[in-house]
Ligand binder design. Structure first.
Ligand SMILES: NC(=O)c1ccc[n+]([C@@H]2O[C@H](COP(=O)([O-])OP(=O)(O)OC[C@H]3O[C@@H](n4cnc5c(N)ncnc54)[C@H](OP(=O)(O)O)[C@@H]3O)[C@@H](O)[C@H]2O)c1
Length: 248
């Protein structure tokens, strides 16, 4: 599922969606998007790797050339979970065009740096920044660090995900949410909500937000009916929330 802000030339394979079912209004309050209190503790765990060498912070998307001809500035794309799989492939492909500076938003900083190097991504074509979607504080810290880096935001790709259909016991995020709901949905929801403001400032012709999903979450598809079916079940996986709440 891709939420397009404007028509674009960038596309990520669309495989249906198991994401985006969160009720926006209620969840915004739930996640405390507008809370300023937590911002004070930002920036502690965030790491930033290479400084982008060729990214302009100019608000205009067109840069004038000496001959008077205008050319498009390099776009900035943030990709979550860019340390492997589809995220890494997209990061590499976009960086190689020379038209995009890629911000690899990853929970394992070293793994992402090594993956970028192993993939042959050129120095200066990407920036690795720490983002752990299993922690809402980390999401806020990422947004703060991204803004401090003074890059425009033209495209956000919400790609990172975990898939543990055979796990026998649930695991929980730092905030006490069941891990796959927390990482795939709530962490990304907060990230998207916070970065929407930055995205709306972009004057890039192909600005957009892309949300990568999976047909495994669609019970009206063949893949969505392969057991074990993706489901929140009877919400027993969320039962740990109560004890987390008590101990907090
Ligand atoms: N592979 C498929 O067959 C398939 C099919 C349908 C849809 N998709 C969708 O495609 C997207 C990418 O899948 P993929 O197969 O490329 O997966 P993948 O190779 O397992 O990569 C997942 C990425 O998400 C990151 N991640 C996991 N937990 C995170 C967290 N707490 N915070 C930040 N990042 C986290 C991983 O980081 P680490 O490297 O640190 O683990 C990794 O970079 C997902 O949205 C998935 O649902 C995949």
């Amino acid at each position: 599922m891709a939420l397009q802000l404007l028509p674009s030339t960038l596309s990520v394979p669309k495989k249906g969606s198991s994401m985006g079912a969160v009720a926006v209004k209620d969840t915004a309050a739930f996640l405390g998007v507008s809370s300023k209190a937590k911002k004070a503790s930002l920036a502690v765990r965030t790491q930033v790797a290479t400084a982008p060498s060729s990214v302009t912070t100019s608000p205009g998307s067109a840069v004038a050339k000496p001959g008077g001809k205008k050319t498009l500035r390099q776009g900035v794309v943030v990709i979550t979970g860019a340390s492997s799989g589809l995220g890494l492939a997209a990061a590499k492909a976009l960086a190689e065009t020379g038209k995009w500076h890629v911000v690899m938003a990853c929970r394992d900083f070293l793994k992402a740096s090594k993956a970028a190097k192993a993939a042959g991504m050129a120095d200066g074509s990407y920036t690795v920044m720490h983002l752990d979607l299993a922690s809402l504080d980390s999401v806020r810290q990422f947004v703060d660090a991204f803004r401090r880096a003074e890059m425009p935001l033209d495209v956000l790709v919400c790609n990172a995900a975990i898939y543990r259909p055979t796990a026998r016991t649930p695991t929980f995020t730092a905030d006490g949410h069941e891990m796959s709901v927390g990482v795939n949905h709530l962490g990304h929801f907060l990230l998207a909500r916070l970065l929407m403001e930055d995205l709306q400032k972009s004057d890039y012709p192909s600005r957009r937000m892309v949300i990568v999903g999976s047909i495994t979450g669609n019970s009206n598809t063949l893949a969505g009916n392969v057991p074990p079916k993706a489901s929140l079940g009877d919400l027993r996986g969320l039962a740990g929330l109560a004890s987390v709440g008590e101990s907090a």
